[in-house]
Write a protein that binds this ligand. Sequence first.
Ligand code: PHE
Length: 470
Amino acid sequence: MEASSTDGKLVEASSGKTNFKVRDGFSTRLGVLLATLGSAVGLGNIWKFPYLTGTGGGAVFIIIYMISVLLIGIPVLVSEHAIGRSARANAIDSMRKVSPNKVPWWLIGALGFLAAFFIMAFYTEVAGWVLAYVFKAFSASILSTDSNVTTEAFNSLVTNPGLSVAWQVIDLLIVGGILMFGVSKGIERVTKRLIPLLAILLVVVAIRSLTLPGASAGLEFLFKPDFSKITASTLLAGVGLAFFKLSIGMGTMITYGSYFRSDQNIPTTAVRVALADMSIALLAGIAIFPAVFAYGFQPNAGPSLVFLTIPSVFASMPAGNIFMVIFFILTFIASIGAQVSLLEVPISLVNEKFNLSRKLSTALASFTLILVGSLAALSNSLLANVKIFGLTFFDLFDFTTSNIFLPLGGFFICIFVGWVWGKKNFFAALTNNGELHNEKFVSVLFFLIRFVSPVLVLLVLLNGLGVFGK
Ligand code: PHE
């Protein structure tokens, strides 16, 4: 797959093997910004951020996450875009192209392939729950402020092996179908337009949640840090979330960078994407936590948190059913952008490396995912007692991808860019060969990527894995 670009003109993948062509509408700078945001915004904002904030002790976790986005997330995002745009190829070939011969930096891309697969294994399950909730919202019975009722509704879904697998398969059929028929461009366009709608709905839900009696405890939880709650695992989870949220450390953003226009301002794009993405996550937090405290839910419920609390907020709103249907539909649509970008990693690899047709590659990747994914889907039922390192398959995939694979991939990106690719290439890529006059900002970014981000990632990773003792 080769993409070419002429200044000011369109960036286009020429072989037609990929769906991520940047053409027509997407050749605009805003289009690129929105496409990148489409991969970043997803279940990470609505599902993962709230549940990790709940288990990580609230405000202090949010602070760790925000610092991670600034000191690690943005520099790595910028680096991945720069590598992709300089090489104009898929993640593995991009790394091959920009690195010196013989040193296997392309292994970062290979690590990303595995990460993408494992993320999809649990992500498709959560997306399946979201789909199921679109339909559950129609039955008034789930709209309750009683935590027993919403917990029971969630449990009846996840402990049912048939239903869990079925919703996951439906999700995979939708995403696989989008990729197989190459209509992702149209879908992405729709996705991008709906992200603002999701943000607006989140504001509505947040206002409702904030005006519930007893909401202030939730605000305190979100904004008043208790620094005694910092532990090795919350640090690791915060850094891991920054990676997961920005889709970095695994090659997705290298691929996206390869479709950037030559005159795209990479640093500004990255900062905007990071801030917009973080704001949507915070909004989800404000929509959820006041209700958690107002209705006596447990903030540390884990992956089920959103599914337990959101129905209770809608229960206390006029036309709650309708709003809840819209909320879960928008969440599902937001998840599609992320899923398409995830699944594209294994598909493009099988497609290019093994020379299989795009349709066959998609079918193969989706089918393998049904097998691997069902391990996650059955984690609350048939396989609830099968544990590896004390974690169910679902938790194992969820934990290891964010907390090990992505930080590890990000660490190697930092080392590569800061110490191998070097200042000259970095500056040329990020100043658009001197056109942008953003040298000061690029210097700061280079300092971070060379000295700060890799050290932080490594320390947090080793500490989180217990290398320095508990
Ligand atoms: N960033 C996406 C989300 O928050 C998840 C994702 C991770 C997508 C890694 C692509 C790559 O939902």
